[in-house]
Design a binder for this molecule. Structure first.
Ligand code: AMP
Ligand code: GLY
Length: 440
């Protein structure tokens, strides 16, 4: 089957690899040449992934039968609509259902309207004055979010980033700079607990869940420093993380199923693609932090590295609306993903540095390398300002997978740094103790 992958990050490399491993004939539409993707494609092109007409034109020329759209921005730009309307099976929701991610002022009211569990107290505001009064009256810490897409960098938390006055200033900045390009702000109760990610494979009706993942947003060891796109993540053997429960998993998945049903009722369109549910396990149960209309980066790499089913088969069924509950299975292994990033990332990163990845050594150590925001030019691999390379260690326990991933950090040459603590025994114990304390 001729399959197009749209996007060129490490998540898309993981998607492309899984499709290639299951016999797909691959085509790539990328913003820049990802060396991991280009190498396994029958053909690829570099173009604007936000231009539905161009993505369609390339797909038509190559006779693409199935398209998998990696990032959120092309979904918001209507790439899935253009491909699906032309009869191409598509993994990635159309523009209207994708608002679950692209417009937070759509997602929260939807949960409220359809009485979906796990929604924190919130307000949506289209002017500064009302938003600032809500902050004054709320009487507790809030998360402040521009409604539109900000590349994961728009959310600020009172008590962490700002006090009350700082929060009001930030609200004004959001309106004054039209941050997120939707003139609205969402204010919501600050949730306290442990975060986890549930990724679902969704064919419009059926939502099949993957193992729980925990990402690490902060740049430095010990969960300090600025927020990043994610420095690394892990899954345990089975589906449940050591500090969470089967009930947390079941509740999260039930909330995602209810949300998918509500999206169809609200928009009149079926949601087909991946659904990323970000949750907080709190003392009052599982709460939704946000939804994304795609797989996570790095979380996609954890689950796709242990996917047992054929990715081509799973994606075809998502696009055709025929996915069964038992169609997606995973190997019974733990995974640890670690990202190598340029010095100074995310605030003041070094750029355009050459790196060398010893893929043979990484593979013989029991890990898988994925290329992220790097590009290949004249045979050299050069960094950009963002995350460069990820390595996923796979083993029986998180601890063993961590050791593999950590060893592999030595097999990438270049001026890059990574978090040494992700997946270590000490960090997992910290999470277990924290959750014990939260649950009382
Ligand atoms: P988002 O861009 O919505 O994923 O938010 C970025 C980060 O902000 C999340 O990973 C959480 O750590 C944090 N966050 C978002 N919403 C809340 C909330 N309501 N309470 C506490 N933390 C939050
Ligand atoms: N890991 C965070 C995200 O993909 O949004």
């Amino acid at each position: 089957m001729r399959v197009l992958v749209v996007g060129n990050g490490a998540r898309e490399h993981a998607i492309a690899k899984a499709l290639n491993d299951s016999g797909g004939e691959l085509y790539g539409f990328m913003n820049a040449v990802n060396p991991g993707i280009s190498r396994i494609c029958r053909d690829y092109t570099v173009g604007d992934i936000l231009n539905p007409g161009k993505v369609f034109e390339y797909s038509r020329k190559k006779g693409v039968e199935l398209a998998v759209i990696g990032p959120e921005a092309p979904l918001g730009a209507g790439v899935a609509d253009a491909l699906e309307d032309a009869g191409i099976l598509c993994v990635g929701p159309r523009k209207s259902p994708a608002r679950l991610e692209t417009d937070k002022s759509f997602a929260r009211p939807l949960m409220q309207k359809y009485n979906i569990r796990g929604c924190p107290a919130f307000g949506v505001f289209d002017n500064k004055e009302d938003a600032c009064s809500y902050i004054d009256d709320f009487g507790g810490d809030l998360a402040i979010k521009p409604a539109g897409l900000t590349g994961g960098k728009g959310v600020a938390i009172m008590g962490e980033h700002f006090d009350l006055d700082g929060a009001k200033k930030y609200v004004c900045e959001i309106f004054d700079t039209n941050m997120g390009k939707i003139p609205k702000v969402v204010l919501e109760e600050r949730l306290v607990g442990e975060e986890f990610t549930l990724q679902g494979f969704v064919d419009g009706k059926t939502v099949v869940g993957a193992p729980m993942v925990q990402d690490h947003k902060r740049a430095y060891d010990g969960d300090v420093g600025p927020n990043t796109g994610g420095m690394g993540s892990y899954t345990d053997k089975g589906y449940i993380l050591p500090f969470l429960t089967q009930k947390d998993y079941d509740d999260g998945l039930a909330i995602m199923r209810d949300t998918i049903e509500a999206v169809e009722k609200e928009t009149g369109e079926r949601y087909r693609g991946f659904l990323y549910g970000q949750f907080m396990a709190t003392k009052d149960g599982v709460k939704v932090i946000e939804y994304n209309a795609r797989l996570g980066d790095p979380e996609a790499m954890n689950i796709l590295s242990i996917l047992e089913s054929s990715m081509v088969d799973v994606c075809e069924k998502i696009g055709a609306g025929s996915l069964g509950e038992n169609d997606v299975s995973f190997k019974n292994n733990a995974t640890v993903c670690k990202y190598l990033v340029p010095h100074g990332y995310p605030t003041n990163p070094l750029k355009n540095l050459e790196i060398n990845v010893d893929e043979a050594k990484i593979k013989s150590a029991g890990a898988i390398p994925y290329y992220a925001a790097v590009r290949e030019e004249s045979g050299k691999i050069l960094t950009s300002s963002s995350r460069a390379v990820a390595v996923v260690g796979v083993s029986d326990t998180i601890e063993a997978a961590e050791k593999i991933a950590e060893e592999c950090m030595n097999y990438v040459d270049g001026n890059l740094i990574h978090r040494k603590d992700i997946g270590t025994k000490e960090l997992i114990k910290k999470r277990i103790d924290h959750m014990r304390q939260i649950r009382g």
